[in-house]
Design a protein around this ligand. Sequence first.
Ligand code: FAD
Length: 153
Amino acid sequence: MSVSPPRLQRLIYRSRQSPLATADLEFEVCNIVRSSIRNNRQANLSGLLVTLQGYFIQALEGLPEQLEDTYRRIVADPRHIDLEIISSEPAPTRLFRDWEMCARALSPSDAVIVDSLDSREQFDPRRLTARSARKLLTGVAQIQRRASFSLAG
Ligand code: FAD
């Protein structure tokens, strides 16, 4: 009997930080990461969260059922509004396997932002496409990995 491989799914969405989050963004992001690590470990989800220009951009990957349950909780969170799914698709492998959740604050002038632009226009989180969002998040993942490596070395 053949065993079918797990049906991994990757979700990328963008949301606007609400005043609840922006009052003390660093503190709120710490809280979010703490509960995300705890919950995502149980649900076998991996992902990455970026804060940028008043927006959250998050990738989450895992089995569809766990992903949907978690996203339902995330949608109801008053720390952000105007959630918009940028992409939701089957994933052959995990791109963010190193983290149950990890967050990084970016500014528009960071090289990873400039590299992710589809064209020469100014960066605008509202205009992220599936391609540019994935490029941005995988670029951030590379930076995170290099940072952990140099800390370990
Ligand atoms: P706890 O973390 O113990 O929190 C208890 C309740 O209080 C929850 O209902 C929570 O929504 C609420 N709460 C906590 N702090 C605040 C606050 N400062 N203001 C308002 N309400 C608050 N959760 C995940 O499990 N995985 C994720 O990947 C994930 N990503 C997130 C990304 C973003 C951008 C945001 C805003 C939230 C994210 N969350 C994530 C958190 C999620 O929305 C839920 O808050 C969390 O999953 C609830 O976990 P818990 O039941 O263990 O409750």
